[in-house]
Design a binder for this molecule. Structure first.
Ligand code: SF4
Ligand code: SF4
Length: 170
């Protein structure tokens, strides 16, 4: 999803400093998990990837990607590019540049908690975190100040609306 760290990783490698890819599947948003790990293995820049796993099968499948020495094919790279393109318009990176919302909504956390529901299969937990927020997404007055600041041009207002629906349906 993000490649701006490449130069830094190269420098780390040069200096013998280890690197860890945290959230290598974009916090569960990236649907082609095996390709994501193959991409990381092939990059030659990362020493360890630490995807979240919730079953023994996932551990076995993910670990097996570390054995592979096969190069990423052009088709696979294209598949990755396609997914990145799609997610690019919708995926909150939690950078916080949209803050502060004049109404006090913690925008990235709304999307994080929605992700617990939609991606991590933790509906009750996600909803409880959202319910505990002092100011809910429903407080949005659609001023769009946040959208003007989001470097990824995310449709924040619509995404907040979507999050409200997600929590309502649990
Ligand atoms: S559009 Fe909504 S979420 Fe964004 S800054 Fe305005 S009130 Fe806050
Ligand atoms: S600026 Fe955009 S990507 Fe960054 S936290 Fe806000 S909504 Fe997410």
């Amino acid at each position: 999803m993000e490649s701006q760290g490449t130069e830094l990783f190269e420098k780390a490698l040069e200096k013998g400093i280890g690197t860890i890819a945290m959230k290598p599947m974009a916090g569960g948003a990236f649907t082609k998990q095996k390709l994501s790990l193959k991409y990381i293995v092939n990059s030659g820049l990362i020493n360890v990837a630490i995807p979240g796993m919730d079953s023994i099968e996932q551990v076995i499948e993910n670990a097996s990607m570390g054995d592979g020495t096969e190069a990423l094919t052009a088709e696979e790279q294209e598949e990755i590019n396609e997914e990145v393109k799609i997610l690019g318009n919708d995926f909150c990176r939690r950078c916080g540049y949209c803050k502060p919302c004049p109404e006090g909504i913690d925008i990235p956390n709304v999307f994080l908690f929605e992700g617990y529901v939609t991606r991590y299969n933790l509906p009750e937990y996600g909803k409880s975190k959202y319910e505990a927020m002092p100011i809910k997404a429903t407080a949005c007055v659609r001023c769009r100040k946040c959208e003007r600041k989001c470097p990824y041009n995310l449709p924040i207002v619509n995404k907040l609306k979507h999050a409200v629906e997600t929590f309502k349906n649990i």
